[in-house]
Write a protein that binds this ligand. Structure first.
Ligand SMILES: [Zn+2]
Length: 759
């Protein structure tokens, strides 16, 4: 969704030396990590057949079919799609079934936003269809614009503009002497998970929350709007969930599958429903509200691209808003398709994308869903030609992702025990676009997915997608030190996962290694979560020839088959140790920065800097003096990191030695070694989970309680630090340190067993 302006010099291209973990023999493709000589050669041949067989036009046809009508959770076309996907998987030779859960999914009954003072205006909250765009006019089946899991409410109060509505924005409001107590806040979309906006607003005493799309963020400021261009038009609205971050999935069944007979919470006890009513609106509807605000002029960084002077308020604009929903249980239908492994059927490689959408959802999620189907089709073809995966492949089409990762979370909760026994990894996609290769994930798969990306060709530049992404990173890196690292480090760093899509339950709750992959960055526009995200929009402004859809199917499918066929699953722990070490350094730096910042601020308060520089014609409240954070003992974390580094080196040495020997592993030996590897991932969990969010059991990877989407590595420690709770933060350090020691020990066991096997 971002657009880049990049300049790549020839010099940069010439200095590239992509080192791979795989081993090169002149005249032959490099040997794949985790494969014996023969096995590697065979795998290369099958992968080539697989990649060559992916057909862009199949992606186009599947998208046209799946996005032909609106298909949100519980809608007729959503279940129609489930049946169609089921039939496709079966026709490809997969053993497939639908698994159904009953989840709380509110749909709107009443929606009202009106300005009652000083003038009157009623928001229309309706996206108009576009004549050129045939599916934008399916009004009867479209879900109205709303935010799912907003509590019911009917409130009236003065309006306050709060920018993106993050915690820092409220600190800024404090400086301006503006309180939101008893007020309705209007905030713009962007800068983090939308569910944080009503959460933080309620914590500051607001009684209602309106979220609008400013043209600066995704409208005419960025490019021509729809249908001339791809950007959000005047009346375009972003729907979306505002579920709180305590746990994803069905609000009534945290931690257990929402089967028909599951024990359910009362709706009033569900922790993830908002505390105050929330509604999304377009900038067309927001303009009269924002224009009616007076009070101080908004700080420069808060101003959007509307033709007004942005004021903060409060008032004199006074707003009345009302939201009520149907709070019914609805079915979510996951489609689960299995191709049984030939020699290690009890080890599972899982691949998925969701198929439910807010409306027609061509980009989100169908652009990704169709790649999952095309991969499955090609596996069916390969199977007919004599190939079988060694491990079992499980291909999933998730329902109910948009409201709150419902389908994937309930499935993982239901099958947690067997998944923890059998799952090797989960590979997720969620939509797709034209542009650069992107990956995030658990870092035991960093090297693996780098190697896969080296084998995929970029359709626009005819270099590997890895190389293109690497060059982009050089173009975007801010300073010489970072550029040096990008040039020197064999693998591109991949980001950590938060809870932005269906990988969350796998990684955060069940401790299953996960990847999220896709392409993007050259899409000229966004129709995110609106009626315009449909086939017409996608085929005019996004990956119009489906060449990046083809690249994604090649990437996702190659990753799945390479994981499924390896003798020894190619996890790698040096990259992971390196990344965890970085996270620990980040924590130390965070403490130092906070100490410096607060010391400086306290000094300036004493010196009178704030009062002397405040304009007496404006309200300005100096920040309060704060105690300087105490030093913390990070030693247990640092010791844990050292232990993991040592174990990772030992494993690496054993792995390289075996790999160099070229020997295939006997099936029994391989099974024992792979069981060792699967155990390592689970050691990152604690049964008690994060101190205030026990559903999140992974001590390294978790989303932030105040960032959502984005990851907050080592959240148990970090989140308390974010809240200036230094003692509480320090108490968590030994627990995480112990987790690292346990992981190190598990890696050691794997190294020892591999040393014996490869002697
Ligand atoms: Zn999605």
């Amino acid at each position: 969704m971002n657009s880049f302006c990049i300049h790549i010099s020839l010099a940069a291209i010439l200095t590239i030396s992509p080192l791979s973990w795989t081993q090169a023999v002149p005249g032959q493709p490099p040997r794949l990590a985790g494969y014996g000589v023969q096995a590697s050669k065979a795998e290369h041949d099958w992968e080539k057949k697989f990649q060559d067989g992916i057909v862009a036009d199949n992606l186009r046809q599947s998208m046209q079919r799946l996005s032909a009508r609106p298909h949100h959770v519980g809608s007729p076309y959503d279940s129609d799609n489930a049946e169609w996907i089921l039939a496709r998987f079966k026709s490809y030779g997969f053993d497939a079934h639908i698994e159904t859960f009953q989840v709380l999914f509110p749909t709107p009954k009443e929606r009202l936003v009106e300005l009652v003072e000083p003038t009157q205006f009623r928001a229309k909250m309706q996206e108009p269809g576009v004549a050129l765009d045939p599916t934008s006019n399916q009004t009867a089946e479209q879900l109205p614009t709303y935010n799912a899991y907003s509590i019911d409410g009917d409130v009236t109060g003065p309006l306050v503009y709060v920018n993106y509505g993050n915690r820092e924005d409220y600190e800024q409001l404090d400086r301006l002497g503006v309180s939101v107590k008893g007020a309705i806040v209007i905030t713009r979309y962007g800068e983090g998970w939308r569910g944080i906006k009503p959460k933080v607003a309620a914590e500051h005493g607001a009684i209602g929350c309106i979220i609008y799309s400013d043209p600066k963020d995704d409208g005419y400021f960025r490019g021509d709007d729809y249908p001339k261009g791809g950007w959000r038009p005047r009346d375009g609205v972003q729907r979306g969930s505002v579920m709180d971050t305590d746990y994803p999935g069905d609000p009534l069944t945290p931690g257990v599958g929402a089967t028909a007979d599951a024990k359910r919470l009362d709706i009033k006890d569900a922790k993830t429903i908002t505390k105050i009513p929330v509604l999304p609106i377009s900038y067309g509807d927001a303009l009269p509200l924002l224009s009616a605000l007076q009070g101080q002029v908004a700080p420069e960084a808060w101003r959007g691209a509307l033709p007004i002077t942005y004021h903060v308020g409060p008032g004199p604009a006074k707003v009345h808003m009302k939201v009520t929903s149907n709070w019914d249980l609805k079915p979510v239908n996951d489609v689960i398709a299995t191709m049984r492994g030939s020699s290690a059927p009890d080890e599972w490689v899982i691949r998925g994308n969701h198929y439910d959408a807010w409306v027609n959802g061509a980009d989100d999620p169908i652009a990704g869903m169709v790649t999952v189907l095309e991969e499955a089709r090609m596996f069916g073809e390969l199977h007919k030609a004599g190939w079988s995966p060694k491990r079992t492949l499980i291909y999933c089409a998730w329902d109910g992702e948009e409201p709150g990762l419902l389908g994937s979370t309930e499935w993982v909760e239901t099958h947690r025990a067997e998944l923890q026994q059998h799952a090797v990894a989960y590979i997720n996609t969620d939509g797709n676009g034209r542009g650069y290769w992107r990956a995030s994930g658990s870092h035991d798969l960093e090297k693996f997915i780098n190697d896969v990306a080296r084998d995929i060709t970029d359709p626009e530049k005819q270099i590997s997608v890895w190389q293109r992404a690497h060059l982009l990173r050089l173009a975007q890196t801010a300073n010489a030190e970072e550029r040096a690292e990008v040039r020197k480090r064999p693998d591109m760093r991949i980001g950590a996962l938060g809870d932005g899509s269906d990988y969350a339950a796998f990684l955060d709750h069940a401790g299953i290694s996960a990847l999220n992959i896709g392409y993007g960055g050259e899409v000229d526009g966004t129709a995110y979560h609106s009626i315009y995200d449909d086939f017409y929009w996608y085929t005019h402004f996004d990956d119009t020839d489906f060449s990046y859809g083809r690249a994604l199917a090649q990437t996702g499918g190659t990753a799945a088959m390479r994981l499924a066929d390896a003798d020894l699953v190619p996890f790698e722990y040096a990259d992971q140790a390196d990344t965890i070490a970085k996270y620990v350094k980040d924590l130390e730096k965070l403490l130092k920065d906070k100490q410096d910042e607060i010391t400086e601020r306290n000094l300036e308060l004493q010196e009178g800097v704030f009062t002397a520089t405040a304009d007496p014609h404006k309200t300005y409240v100096p920040p309060p003096a704060k105690p300087v954070p105490p030093f913390m003992n990070f030693a247990p974390l640092k010791n844990g990191v050292e232990s993991i580094k040592k174990s990772a080196e030992r494993y690496q040495a054993a792995f390289s030695k075996w790999q160099a020997s070229g020997a295939d592993l006997p099936t029994q030996t391989a099974a024992a070694l792979n069981a060792d590897l699967l155990r390592i991932q689970r050691t990152f969990l604690t049964e008690r989970g994060l101190p205030e969010r026990p559903w999140f059991k992974n001590q390294i990877y978790a989303p932030g309680a105040y960032t959502g989407y984005a990851a907050r590595p080592i959240a148990a420690v970090r989140e308390y630090m974010d809240q200036d709770k230094w003692k509480e933060a320090e108490v968590q350090i030994p627990t995480v340190g112990q987790v690292l020691e346990n992981a190190a020990q598990a890696i050691d066991t794997a190294a020892e067993d591999l040393e014996k096997a490869a002697h």
